[in-house]
Write a protein that binds this ligand. Structure first.
Ligand SMILES: *Cc1c(COP(=O)(O)O)cnc(C)c1O
Length: 226
């Protein structure tokens, strides 16, 4: 059976998440997104059978392929970059975590108006100014919020961030608490923005301590990717 140790891995992860939630003291609920990128549809089935209802993919095409295969009724999350000219594909997802610039936001807003349904999304934040990653810098957020307020087609549910590869604990905390502060700022401006998508296999416990409501886990559930 593929991924036969997934249930045991998941039990351990859930326990660690519970402990991290208590240490962090934010009292949030944490959902696990099973990141199935590079694995076949059988990973989605394994996740569902293990009791996971949320699946994340970072590429649109790969995700659409798995949706078309016989897979269980999971909620699909887009956690990678969405090209503006592919904004229609956002319809296939429960939540787009990667609203990383205003031109994409505007395209999503226009598309939502055309189909008559707002698009649920997270604002991607680039806390430490990594040039290789998209996302808003914290000091751009206020101006961006003004623009987003004028886009009723975009349902801003919260903030997503990724820590820098190799970041030490102090930087991880700075990154994750920066995202939490951004969420608070958005709520202060009238957005619902209660979700915080942050934490991957190597840093999810710290992310949960800092308030994550979604952790995006691949390797720790499914093993190393090829
Ligand atoms: C691949 C990926 C993950 C999962 O990474 P792991 O380290 O394997 O848990 C999480 N978030 C994003 C955006 C990813 O692309």
């Amino acid at each position: 059976m593929p991924f036969e140790d997934l249930p045991d891995r998941l039990t351990e992860v859930r326990q660690r998440i519970g402990e991290a939630t208590r240490r962090g003291g934010h009292g949030q609920e944490v959902r696990i997104i099973a990141v199935t990128k590079t694995h076949g549809p059988e990973a989605v089935a394994a996740a569902w059978n293990a009791g996971l209802e949320d699946v994340g993919e970072n590429r649109v095409q790969e995700a659409l392929g798995k949706m078309a295969a016989e897979t269980p009724p999971v909620r699909w999350h887009l956690i990678g970059h969405l090209q503006r000219n592919k904004v229609k594909s956002a319809d296939a997802f429960f939540l787009v975590h990667s609203i990383d610039n205003l031109r994409l936001a505007a395209a999503a807003n226009a598309h939502a108006a055309s189909i008559g349904r707002p698009l649920p999304g997270l604002v991607q934040l680039n806390v430490v100014g990594e040039e290789t990653k998209g996302g808003f810098a914290p000091n751009e957020l206020n101006a961006a919020a003004d623009q987003l307020s004028a886009m009723p087609g975009l349902d801003v549910r919260g903030v997503m961030t990724m820590a820098r590869l190799g970041a030490d604990e102090a930087e991880l905390r700075r990154t994750f608490s920066g995202a939490r502060a951004a969420g608070e700022a958005l709520r202060g401006r009238g957005f619902k923005a209660t979700e915080l998508s942050m934490g991957m296999s190597g840093d999810y416990e710290i992310a949960v301590e800092e308030g994550a409501t979604y952790v995006r886990l691949g390797t720790i559930l499914f093993g190393e990717r090829e």
